[in-house]
Design a protein around this ligand. Structure first.
Ligand code: AOF
Ligand code: ZN
Length: 379
């Protein structure tokens, strides 16, 4: 951090408003393309104390950025106020002038930020522009909340790969399903709702065609009011098995769907995908399996910055083996269904009592009788 960035005036107040901005930033998570969802809150000191006079969040699609609408709402009240921005304000000319300049022109006295922008066009220059204009800048550590709202953007900007969250619902023994019974219920409806919320916050959901064919899921977000937040569906189908009767193909006209298979996939099958509105993504193969690192590079090049990997023990295993997982969310069912015969049981590559060593628990939540744990890759 630059030495000339000064310390905060009232740490508690700064933390409170920055946290509020971080919560607001979640509003457009998964909707801003290659731009992060950033929020900006303008706080003026009034006779009645600190008051929010303007707020903005990066628009769907990524533009306008968060600062201009927040400053527009604040109007003259921005003069002498403090701007809380969840990302260092940009320093580059895009379709509009740099947000750092817009903040300077508004007359704000202080800017408090949660994270420095790794984009080469910004990376410290936004803070410097503000300091050079005489604005007091406090670059705070936005902590876990900032990391979570920005994780896709940070990963894609620093590694050219999307942030991968592996989500699994399992019993205490690691049971995740059955080879015979469809949609075996492992976790409760409350946990499922959490999964739908997770879907809304990611750019894409990824499963294997085995899951897509056997369970025939719609893989969308069905929370009331959030239906439009269904992310892109990515289905790995190395043997071109999906047909137009599968739910994911039948609904591809409504929800963007990418089917991944080798370039050698039959032409007729690819025409079937196209006529149903599904996109085909040709992939490289590695020992008879889809080459995942290369696929993730290709998906990042399409602008996909975060993926929720949801399906199949084999897919989970492959992502873990290839060291591609950044975060794991495990819903542990409190009263899971059991398959009719133990021979039908399908198990996860790990159990709640024997979690992958390279990960550490960051959060534990209770959803009714279920427990949900979130694990992050150790640094
Ligand atoms: C901000 N406020 O709300 C966002 C910022 O394609 P462009 O011109 O929109 O530039 C994208 C970059 O802008 C992105 O990589 C990041 O550096 C910054 N995003 N900056 O001040 C915002 N979304
Ligand atoms: Zn900007």
């Amino acid at each position: 951090m630059n030495m000339s960035i000064q310390n905060t005036v009232d740490v508690n107040q700064d933390r409170k408003f920055l946290d509020a901005a971080l919560r607001l930033a979640r509003k457009h998570q998964g909707l801003t393309g290659t731009n992060p969802s950033v929020a900006c809150i303008i706080v003026a000191n009034t006779e009645l104390g600190a008051k929010i006079v303007g707020s903005g969040v990066t628009a769907e699609g990524g533009r306008p950025h968060a600062e201009p609408p927040a400053l527009a709402e604040a109007g003259k009240q921005a003069k002498g106020a403090t701007a809380y921005v969840t990302l260092e304000p940009c320093a580059h000319h895009g379709k509009t002038p740099p947000c750092a300049q817009t903040l300077i022109d508004s007359g704000v006295a202080r800017v408090v930020t949660a994270i420095t922008d790794p984009d080469d066009r910004v990376n410290g220059k936004g803070h410097q522009m503000l300091i050079a204009a005489g604005i007091e800048v406090t670059a705070m550590d936005g902590g876990e909340a900032a990391h979570r709202v920005m994780q896709g953007y940070m990963k894609a900007r620093t590694s050219s790969r999307p942030f991968i969250t592996l989500k699994m619902a399992m019993s205490e023994t690691g049971l995740i399903g059955s080879t015979q019974e469809h949609n075996l219920k492992i976790s409760s409806p409350t946990s499922s709702k959490q999964t739908h919320l997770q879907r809304a916050r990611h750019d894409a959901i990824l499963v294997g065609s085995g899951t897509a064919l056997f369970d025939d899921p719609s893989l969308d977000c069905r929370l009331p009011g959030l239906e439009v937040r269904s992310p892109i569906r990515v289905i790995l189908d190395e043997k071109s098995k999906l047909s137009s009767s599968a739910m994911v193909i039948g609904t591809a006209i409504k929800i963007p769907t990418i089917i991944v298979s080798p370039g050698s996939a039959p032409q007729q099958w690819r025409e079937m995908l196209a006529s149903n509105g599904a996109q085909h993504q040709a992939c490289e193969m590695d020992n008879g399996r889809i080459a995942l690192p290369e696929l993730l590079d290709d998906l990042a090049a399409r602008g996909i910055q975060s993926i929720l990997v949801e399906g199949g023990a084999r897919i989970a295993q492959s992502f873990l083996e290839e060291d591609l997982v950044d975060e794991i969310v495990v819903h542990i069912g409190g009263s899971p269904d059991e398959p009719e015969s133990p021979d039908h049981a399908v198990y996860a590559p790990f159990t709640p009592k024997d979690l992958p060593n390279e990960f550490e628990i960051r959060q534990t939540l209770s959803f009714g009788r279920d427990t949900s744990i979130r694990l992050r890759k150790k640094n």
